[in-house]
Design a protein around this ligand. Structure first.
Ligand code: SF4
Length: 203
């Protein structure tokens, strides 16, 4: 295993997160499906990684109640977001995982980050190794110059980073960067699992 990945996993554990490491997204998906009870309700945050894993489709196929606002009609969105917030298990990726074992996330509406630390029986954060950064500053830089421009393109948002690839600390009505969350340690009485996959996933 690459030294950077090894150190990241070691430090995540030191910070009391529950960790797993997978060689491929297929391996991760099979394990996660086994881990989630067939009768559990699942909420999912906005995540290209989860989409690439195909978890939503597999969970729905086997009969779990899954609430993902990226897979519903516009009129259902509010209800789906509310149900996701009270689901048994919440699935999300993270914008950055630092080598010293923390998770950094920036959000616009806040539903994703609000669900990443409290209120669920279990929270599973899944990330490709492309999300690993050396430290906090690099993590934030990665979000502003890699994640935000690509998300702006994907979501068709009219924000400067979409065109320049740089953060211009905009005041656009469509600004994505409104809430910054760092999980420095496992939350008190928390059950946050961090699974790293040895592939490039999401952004
Ligand atoms: S503050 Fe604006 S320009 Fe900077 S990354 Fe966020 S959305 Fe893009």
């Amino acid at each position: 295993m690459d030294h950077m990945i090894e150190k990241t996993l070691e430090n995540l554990k030191k910070n009391h997160f529950i960790t797993k490491y997978f060689n491929s997204k297929e391996e991760a998906m099979e394990d996660i499906l086994k881990e989630i009870p067939a009768d559990a309700s699942i909420g999912i945050g906005g995540s290209v990684t989860i989409d690439q894993l195909g978890l939503y489709e597999r969970l729905i196929y086997r009969g779990n109640a899954v609430y993902w606002h990226h897979r519903c009609e516009p009129y259902e969105k509010k209800t789906v977001l509310k149900n996701a917030a009270v689901s048994d298990i919440y699935l999300s990726s993270t914008n950055a995982v630092t080598r010293d074992g923390t998770l950094i996330n920036i959000d616009g509406a806040g539903n994703r980050v609000a669900n990443m630390f409290w209120g669920h029986h279990k929270i599973i954060i899944i990330a490709g190794i492309n999300k690993i950064t050396f430290n906090y500053d690099e993590g934030v830089k990665r979000i502003k110059t890699v994640a935000c421009p690509q998300n702006a393109e994907r979501l068709n948002l009219d924000v400067p980073c979409r065109y320049s690839g740089k953060c211009e600390d905009c005041n656009s009505p469509q600004r994505m960067c409104r809430i910054l969350l760092t999980l420095e340690r496992q939350p008190m009485n928390g059950n946050v699992h961090v699974y790293l996959i040895n592939e490039e996933l999401g952004y």
